[in-house]
Every structure is written in C-alpha cells, then in structure tokens.
Design a protein around this ligand. Structure first.
Ligand code: ZN
Length: 468
C-alpha cells in the first residue's frame, strides 16, 4: 500500500491536458502524483491539506522572468514561489549568475535559463559572425543554459546577425527567444514584424507580445491585431504575453540621459523629457517606479525616498512604468486560432525579481470575467509553457505526472499552496522550500551537477518548441 507524502483533500482538480474539472482528492508520493479520486484515505498520508473551496492546478510555469545578478536578483526565487510559480525560464542569464543564485537562494523551483547575446558582453559587436555565435552557444549549453536570448529591444544586433543567431540555435536544437528589435527597428510593432520575417520558418520564442502593442507606432489595438495575425500565420513562433500594466527597464543614466532607449521612450510617453533630470522628475511625480530591494523582496517606490535610493546606487537600478494599456493585454491573453488553440501560447510575467508576478492574481481575474475558463487558464499558465520547455511530465494533473501543483483560491485570486517535485514549497504565501532543479539539456547536466545543483534534462528537439 502506497504511503502518500502529501494528500490534498476536498479540492477541485483542474487538469488542462484532459480538460477535466472534478471534485477529487489528490495524493502525492515520491515526487509524483500517486492517485486522484474521491475520499482518499488520510491515514495513509504523512501530511494532509484540507482544500475545501480551492482549485488544484498543475504548477504554474512562468516562461519569462529574471533571477540573475544582472536582472531581477536573488529575490526572484522567493517572489515567484510566494505567488504559486513552480517552474520558470530566466530570460537573459548570465547563466553563471543564475546558477549561483539558484544554488544559494533556491526555494524549490525548477528553473531554466537562456543566455543573452549581448554586444560588448557575450559577443564583441552588434554583428557577430557564425563562428563567434557558435562558440557562445556551445559554451552556454555546456554551462547549463538551454539556448539564447536576443535582447534586440535593449541591446540590438544587426538584422543579419539576428537571423544568423536564430538559424544556428535551430541547427543545434537549442532554445532561442527574441525581445524584438534590431539595429534598424525598435522594440515596437515594426520591430516585431521584422522579427517574424527574420525568423523565417525557424522556431523562435518571441517575448512579451504585449510590449509591442502599446501604441508606439499605430493605435494599440491595431498593433495588437497585427501581432495576432502574424502569430496565427506563423505556427513556428512560440510566444507569451504578460498581464501587469508595468514594464521593467534600466534606470541607469550616463551623459545626462538614461542609457536604455526603452526608458527614454517611457519618459516621453509620461510627458517627461528623456533626460536624467526628466527621469528624476518622473520618480518624484510617481510615473517612474523604482524597484527597491527590501526584506528579501523587491517593491516599487516613488517620491524623494525612491529618488535617493536610485541616486545612492549610482542610478544603476531597475525601474517600472505603467505603459501596458489594458485592452491589448486582455486580447492577447484570450485570442484563439481557428484551431481553437491560443494565439499566444502562455501567460508570463517578465517578473521574478521585478515585482509584477501576477499570473495567478490577474489570470484568475480573467477567469472571473469569464474571458478564460479555469481549464484555459491552466493551459496558458502551465500546460503550454511546460510542453514548450520540453517538460513532458509537468503541466498536467494525472497519475504518474510530476507532483508540481499550485492550489489557488478563486475568490481572492491568490495561490495558497505550492508543491514542487512532491514537496511543499509555499503555504499561504510563505515560501518554505529549498534548492533549485535546473532545467537543462544533456550538454549542461554535468556542469549543473558540478555546481551543486540537480539537473532536469530536457530534449528540446522533442518539445513543442520544435514540434508544433
Ligand atoms: Zn524580460
């Protein structure tokens, strides 16, 4: 007779793989789902949770977040676990920093990482040749990353080098994600359309679709419909969009102005000059919200105290602006293809250490609005991203699947219990797990182990990233 490590009693089990929603108990043993059914025997369980009134979903997978020393920092792990995330993809690395933080500050999540192709940092110029790109890819995979991130919106490559990078990543069956933009197009709908063209027939994950639909070029709903049409016409493209009104960008100033073009643009949108003085005025006025590390988390701040925090750190901090209008966010979260599949595969956050981890909070708002069913929410927030990352045993609530589970309360739109690989990692908003499993390819498993972390090896060639 199996002894259950954990028994979840009296919840409503939502399985996006079968589409079933049923009042049932769910038992966990040895890291897997052991049984789902009515009236499972609590005397067989080491630990029981009464989940009356709650919904039991497969663990939330955030396909776009940041938890490196460069972006997001170490608070990301705890902040994600607190809101029910069990698996995440760090969307820029550096892989060394992501792994160190995962080892030293892990709270029980599964984490994958892709390495940025960044001029002056990981490649020499904005136009790296094939040999340099291949060498970086090889090195990144051997360190444990699953592929590349193109940071076109912030640190663009030439269109030619962008296409080359995508092609070489596809050849190696590695992951490649793209924040649209190049040396000839910005981080907007034109940059997005160029990204679609540069991808050609190849597999690419285009990041945060909502960020190209903010009205920078045309009316934002027109941009949104153009993005939807392009994604529908190109099934080789994977994508996510997020639900927070907030973006996240660099507050670093040099020579009297913010370094990032995104930051400069946000100041202009808010009616401030795109200069250092304009930035300071925007912080004092509440438009620019400084990301402030406090109490092991990152919170948003404005006014004189936030201005001082920014100054004391030599301006090198992250800042958020409320630049995502609601209509594109709603449309991108719900739009479907003629087949019934979602146009945008997943709901993400671009959060982690940037405080906008609202997959559950705002995703369940869409469920209340009846814009998504609970099964559809679970598909976008768990099943689809799990399949794209090659995590075939995650994203579903079926016997034998990994016991990655997020229990949510629909009434207050919060995650109340998080289980990762069969262990409780969050209860009532308190992160209580430890360690991190690193989602990696066969090439990176040894390096992950050598760093004192547990690898979870995926084969992307068999994943929905390459098979659609
Ligand atoms: Zn990002």
């Amino acid at each position: 007779m199996t002894v259950y490590d954990i028994l979840l009693k009296n919840g409503t089990v939502v399985d996006p793989a079968s589409g079933r929603v049923e009042a049932a108990d769910l038992a966990v043993a040895d890291g897997r789902i052991a049984e789902i059914g009515p009236d499972l025997d609590p005397t067989r369980a080491r630990e029981t949770f009464d989940l009356s009134g709650s919904h039991v979903l497969p663990g939330i997978v955030d396909m776009h977040m940041h938890a490196s020393a460069w972006l997001g920092g170490r608070a990301g792990h705890k902040m994600m676990a607190e809101v029910g995330v069990t698996t995440a993809l760090d969307m820029s690395g550096p892989i060394d920093s992501v792994l160190d933080i995962a080892r030293d500050h892990g709270v029980g999540l599964n984490l994958a990482c892709i390495e940025a192709v960044r001029p002056g940092q990981t490649v020499q110029t904005a136009d790296p040749g094939p040999a340099e790109i291949r060498a970086l890819l090889d090195q990144s995979l051997r360190k444990g990353a699953i592929g590349f991130k193109l940071l076109g919106g912030h640190y663009p490559l030439t269109p030619e080098a962008t296409a080359r990078t995508i092609e070489l990543a596809n050849e190696a069956k590695a992951y490649v994600a793209f924040h649209a933009g190049s040396t000839t197009q910005g981080s907007n709908i034109e940059g997005f359309l160029q990204a679609v063209e540069l991808a050609g027939p190849r597999a690419v994950h285009i990041a945060h679709i909502n960020s190209y639909c903010r009205g920078a070029v045309r009316a934002w709903m027109q941009e949104t419909e153009e993005a939807i049409a392009a994604l529908t016409a190109h099934p080789n493209l994977r994508s996510e969009s997020y639900l927070s009104p907030l973006n996240g960008t660099s507050a670093k100033c040099a020579g009297g102005a913010p370094e990032s073009r995104v930051t400069q643009h946000c100041l202009t949108v808010g009616g401030f000059p795109p200069t250092e003085a304009g930035f300071e005025a925007a912080v004092l006025a509440g438009w620019a919200q400084i990301n402030i590390a406090a109490g092991g988390r990152v919170v948003l701040g404005t006014g004189p105290a936030a201005r001082d925090y920014w100054r004391q750190r030599g301006t090198d901090v992250t800042v958020s602006f409320a630049v995502n209008p609601p209509e594109p966010r709603l449309r991108l979260a719900t739009a479907k293809r003629p087949s019934g599949e979602f146009v945008v595969d997943a709901i993400s956050t671009d959060g982690g250490g940037i405080p906008r981890n609202v997959i559950v909070e705002m995703g369940l708002a869409l469920v209340k609005l009846q814009a998504l069913t609970l099964v559809e929410f679970a598909r976008k927030a768990s099943l689809n991203p799990a399949r794209i990352l090659g995590l075939g045993a995650k994203g579903a609530l079926q016997v034998g699947a990994d016991a990655d589970i997020t229990v949510v309360n629909l009434e207050n739109q919060r995650a109340v219990l998080g289980i990762g690989n069969g262990r409780v990692i969050m209860h009532r908003g308190y992160a209580c797990g430890s360690g991190t499993r690193i989602v990696t390819t066969a090439a990176g498993a040894d390096a992950v182990r050598a760093r004192g972390l547990v690898p979870l090896v995926v084969n992307l060639a068999e994943s929905r990233f390459y098979r659609h």
